[in-house]
Design a protein around this ligand. Structure first.
Ligand SMILES: Cc1cc2nc3c(=O)[nH]c(=O)nc-3n(C[C@H](O)[C@H](O)[C@H](O)COP(=O)(O)O)c2cc1C
Length: 169
């Protein structure tokens, strides 16, 4: 697959997580050149820890993507044009266990040092996995949140990724 993205200094990023992640959504991509998977995410953010620029994303135990995230040393986040929102709905409602989502969407995986990203994305963040933080009943301090979001026990794990490369079209 042709590389169509250009590297972009992280300082140039204008990223409002409340808009870019919560409203416009992103995909989390993980795996290797043999097999990769993608899923839509609208929870997460960006910031600084351990003198590094990081993202943090939240992935429920049941997601197929989680298996790839746990296995590999890195992952990527991809952001799309508003016209691709239907595809993000599809990536967020069907599991890669059942369908080859990227192929069905007529999109393609490209790889940066073995880390998959969706080539059709407008912006790509390549991330090195720094920390994996599982959540459980004991982590949640507000019983209402536990009731509202984890009735079936399908808790999120937080992944903190160092943003090592930013690429944009
Ligand atoms: C708009 C939207 C946002 C989502 N955000 C998240 C999220 O932040 N974390 C999560 O675990 N699942 C989230 N999901 C659900 C997953 O994308 C969905 O379960 C997906 O089918 C998982 O695919 P997989 O089994 O191939 O990994 C979201 C779904 C949609 C439609």
């Amino acid at each position: 697959m042709e590389h169509v993205h250009q590297p972009c200094p992280i300082e140039m990023l204008e990223l409002d997580p409340f808009k870019k992640v919560s409203k416009e959504w992103m995909t989390i991509n993980a795996g290797n050149e043999e097999k990769a998977n993608t899923m839509t995410a609208s929870w997460g953010g960006f910031g600084t820890i351990w003198e590094r620029s990081v993202c943090f994303v939240f992935v429920r135990e049941s997601r197929y993507t989680k298996e790839f995230l746990d296995r590999e040393k890195g992952f990527s986040l991809t952001f799309f044009d508003p016209k691709d929102k239907q595809i993000l709905k599809y990536f967020g409602s069907v599991s890669g266990r059942d369908e080859d989502k990227v192929k069905n969407a007529k999109m393609h995986f490209s790889f940066h040092k073995g880390i998959p990203y969706v080539n059709e994305a407008s912006m790509v963040l390549i991330c090195k996995k720094l920390a994996v933080v599982p959540m459980g009943k004991e982590t949640i301090r507000v019983p209402l949140i536990d009731q509202m979001f984890y009735e079936k026990g399908d808790y999120h794990t937080m992944y903190i990724g160092e943003i090592t490369n930013v690429m944009a079209r």
